[in-house]
Structure formats: C-alpha cells, structure tokens
Write a protein that binds this ligand. Structure first.
Ligand code: PLP
Length: 373
C-alpha cells in the first residue's frame, strides 16, 4: 500500500506532533481495520445498529446511554441541537428556518472559547446555539459561570482541553454543580482526553470524545451521557445530523476501538521516557539545542520531549526551522504551539526509534544550513 504515496505523489510523514487532524490523527490497529472492513461489506438495519452498539458501549463505560457520531465536532453541534430541539418535531426539521424562540444560549467559560482546528463557536452555531461567554480570558469561577446563566440558557458547555486556559478556571464537577443549581444540562467536550469515565461521573449530562484521537478508532466521534439527552442527540440524524452522517463502518470500528482501549495496557509514562532518553541524548549533542522531558500541560499522562533552541546559535528562527523540517522529502511535524518562545515539543507515541534517529539527523542538517547562512 506504500504505492499510495507514489500513486498520488504524497510525502511520507513522521508524526511527532501527537494526534493531529492535519496529519490524519492516528493509525488504528489491524483489529479495528478488520472491523471497519466487515462493516463496509455488510448491510444492517441502521437504527438497530445505532441503538445496539450504543447500548453495548454504554455497558462497557457504565453510563446510561451512548451514540457513535461522525466526529467530535459533529458531537458538539448535535448535542447543542439536542438540548435546544429536544422532542420538538417542527424544530427538528426547521432549526435554522427562523430566529429561535426556545432557550438557545450556550454558556461557556471565556477561556474555553478556543479554536481546536475550527472554532468551538462555529459548532455551537451549527447546532442552533448562541455562544455566551462567562468570566474573563484569564479566569472563570463557579460564581462567574452561574452569573451568566439566564432563562434563555439551553446548556452549559465545558471544553476540557489543552487548548483552553487552564489557570483560575473551575473544574467539571464545579460546572456540574452550577448546571444542577440552574436545572440546565452540562455538555463536556473531552475530544482529545483519555479518561472515558471521570467527566460523566463528575456530573456531565453529555460527554463528547473524538474517535480517532486517544481511542485510535476510525474517523468518528462518541457521545455518552444520560439516557434522554443521548436519545435527543440520536434524533438529530433526521435534522442537522444528516449533514454529518456516520457510516456503518465507523460505528462498528469505533465500538471495537473502545473495547480494545479499555482492555489494552497503554504505555506508561516511564516507558515513554525510556523511549525518549537516547533521542534526548542525541539532541543534546547538537549546537544550540537543549532537550528535556516535559509533562502534558493539561494533566494527561503523556511525557514529551521539549526542545529549546538558541536562535543565535542555530542562525534562524524556531518557526523557520519548524518549516524547514516540514519541507523535507520526509515531512517531520513537531508540536509547534510554543515556537514563538523558541521551543518545540516532540510527541514520541507514534514515532519509531528509527524515525527518532531520522529526526536528529534532519535537525543536524537544518541547523548546519542555518549556521552557514
Ligand atoms: C480535536 C478536538 C475537537 C474536534 O474533534 P474532531 O473529532 O476532529 O471533530 C473538538 N474539541 C477539542 C477540544 C479537540 O481537541
């Protein structure tokens, strides 16, 4: 299958950036790929497939209800539509036909109004919601969240993500308490998170995950939560959900990936550090480079390599170096969120030891080029 690269003239990629949509997110196991193939090759009564895989996932996760959707973004849009439309037949088919008179404000901490590759607000609008920000760019307490809730509020939306402002923001459990106090549902977007239990247990009514990120499923998403809310999400397949249809292969593939995820041991952070150590030693031989282990800023159990660059020694900006690595015959992608501070991060989970050596070699060459210039 490597001929696909030749057939279409595509560049091989070393993904040292983590589960990134721009690189295709993850590479599911043979077992999941087999399940996807089975799904593609058979017919099903689709309503039954949705309901029964949902019940199966709900049992696995010890939650009331679950549904597979096409991606986490679709999960956000359909969850928003679900809490606005509920059982209303007319609204289901006319969500965007005219200004809404039912409550449709979606209250979110200002520091959670992020762009994860597309804006959270766009997904809220797709679902018929109006995003209302609570608190400030640097803080949102339970009291500030509560103060933003009005009779027009349809739900509180909490984005659990490394993209969000972390400091001085309330927890999911605190947001759940605010939601209960006002009798509105709490939707948690946990798209890239690894814990499939804690947000539901903390009191969220709907929790959304991306199928291809931590779960390493096919392109898909998962919505879990309280029975009625998930049923309302399912109804959206006859409304806005039709524009984000998930196929039988995605439903079966993600269900299998979840089962595998729960039963398989994941590499411990100590193992990630062991894999990184020779790599870090190699990097520290390079001029202007200082490498060390850092931990995920959002508290997930992920160790990464942080590379600090002395821009005077390497003779180029960090951004230029990152660009040069992407532009090679093999495209090398780092986590570049902190390039403006002279730092990049390497996520080694999807990188083989051979590829780690290639990265050091390419970095050496790019630095030599910059220092000569
Ligand atoms: C990745 C991500 C999404 C979108 O997930 P998709 O499955 O790609 O639609 C939404 N929210 C957050 C916080 C994310 O990290």
């Amino acid at each position: 299958m490597s001929s696909m690269y030749e057939k279409y003239g595509l560049k091989p990629v070393i993904n040292a950036s983590g589960r990134m949509t721009i690189l295709g997110v993850s590479t599911p196991s043979d077992d999941v790929a087999e399940t996807v193939r089975y799904g593609l090759r058979h017919y099903f009564e689709m309503k039954d497939l949705v309901d029964k895989t949902g019940a199966y996932i709900a049992r696995l996760l010890e939650v009331e209800n679950a549904v597979v959707v096409s991606c986490a973004s679709a999960g956000i849009a359909q969850s928003v539509a679900a809490v606005i439309v509920k059982d209303n037949e007319w609204l289901l088919e006319n969500l965007h036909a005219e200004p809404l008179t039912v409550p449709h404000d979606i209250v979110t901490p200002k520091g959670h109004n992020v762009n994860f590759g597309a804006p959270v607000g766009t997904m809220v609008q797709l679902g018929g919601g109006r995003l209302v920000e609570a608190g400030y760019a640097n803080e949102c307490s339970a009291a500030q969240l509560s103060a933003a809730v009005t009779p027009q509020t349809a739900a509180i939306l909490y984005i659990k993500s490394h993209h969000c402002v972390q400091k001085s923001h309330l927890s999911v459990a605190q947001a759940a308490a605010v939601a209960r106090e006002h009798q509105v549902p709490l939707i948690v977007d946990a798209a890239a998170e690894e814990d499939l239990h804690c947000y539901y247990r903390d009191g969220a009514d709907l929790v959304i995950y991306s199928g291809a990120k931590a779960l390493e499923g096919p392109t898909s998403g998962l919505v879990i939560g309280r029975r009625q809310y998930v049923e309302w999400v399912k109804r959206q397949s006859a409304g806005i959900g039709r524009a984000m249809k998930v196929g039988k292969e995605g439903i079966l593939g993600l269900t299998q990936a979840i089962e595998n995820y729960l039963s398989q041991r994941r590499p411990s952070s100590a193992e990630m550090v062991a894999k990184m150590t020779p790599f870090i030693d190699g990097l520290n031989q390079l001029p202007g480079v200082q490498a060390s282990v850092v931990w995920d800023a959002a508290g997930r159990d992920i160790a990464r390599t942080e590379i600090r660059l002395d821009e005077r020694v390497i003779g180029q900006s960090t951004a230029a170096l990152v660009q040069a690595l992407k532009a090679g015959d093999v495209a090398i992608y780092f986590r570049g969120y902190k390039a403006n501070e002279g730092k990049v991060e390497v996520d080694v989970r999807s990188v083989t030891p051979d590829q780690l050596e290639t990265i050091v070699d390419r970095l050496r060459a790019v630095i030599a080029g910059g220092a000569r210039a």
